[in-house]
Design a protein around this ligand. Structure first.
Ligand code: ZN
Length: 194
């Protein structure tokens, strides 16, 4: 019951934020975007060369460490460029694009609305490798991508946004999500009459 109340408050908050950003719930329902809860428990998953810290759920952090070490055994370097992202951060990302006068339809092919980013779950990771521009399609031409395609499944990771994905997001060969029963179950369908 407590959880239900909390989820209801969370949904109300998301609805208020979407209204402020001018994103219609109908648009989200039309795109059939899955709804995600913000991770409640986070652990330090990685730290990059600049000292920036990346948070993940504890299970994701453990799976990531195992996968990164296995890749290194095959002389493949995997780096995190984005992991857990809060609702507030997602709002900032959308707002920055709106401030640059990008149309909302275009923004939603690049970024999920707050509440609808897989990064909220703490299970999604954007991956890069040295010599490649982060979060660009050219990642698919790297040894890191080929390695992930072959081995990531063994560590519980799957690529979320393949080419021509049904959610209308651009192809994201860099975006991988640790699959758990939990993050499949928290996808609550949007009820636009609510
Ligand atoms: Zn991503």
């Amino acid at each position: 019951m407590k959880n239900e109340i909390r989820n209801h408050e969370y949904e109300n908050r998301i609805h208020r934020e979407l209204a402020k950003l001018g994103i219609a719930l109908e648009l989200i329902a039309q795109k059939k975007l899955p709804f995600y809860l913000e991770a409640q428990e986070l652990a330090l998953g990685d730290t990059d060369a600049d000292g920036r810290e990346y948070m993940m759920t504890p299970a994701t952090a453990a799976a990531w460490a195992g996968m990164k070490a296995a890749a290194l055994q095959d002389d493949v370097i995997l780096e995190v460029v984005s992991a857990f992202r809060s609702i507030d951060r997602q709002i900032e990302i959308i707002q920055n694009k709106l401030d640059r006068r990008m149309p909302i339809e275009q923004i939603l092919t690049l970024s999920a609305p707050p509440g609808y980013s897989e990064h909220h779950t703490g299970c999604a990771i954007d991956i890069n490798t040295p010599g490649c521009i982060a979060t660009e399609e050219e990642f698919e031409n790297t040894a890191a991508y080929r390695w992930l395609n072959e081995h990531a499944g063994r560590f519980g990771f799957a690529m979320s946004y393949p080419r021509d994905n049904a959610l209308g997001f651009i192809y994201e060969p860099w975006h991988w999500c640790f699959q758990t029963q939990a993050n499949i179950e928290i996808n609550i369908p949007v009820n636009i009459n609510d």
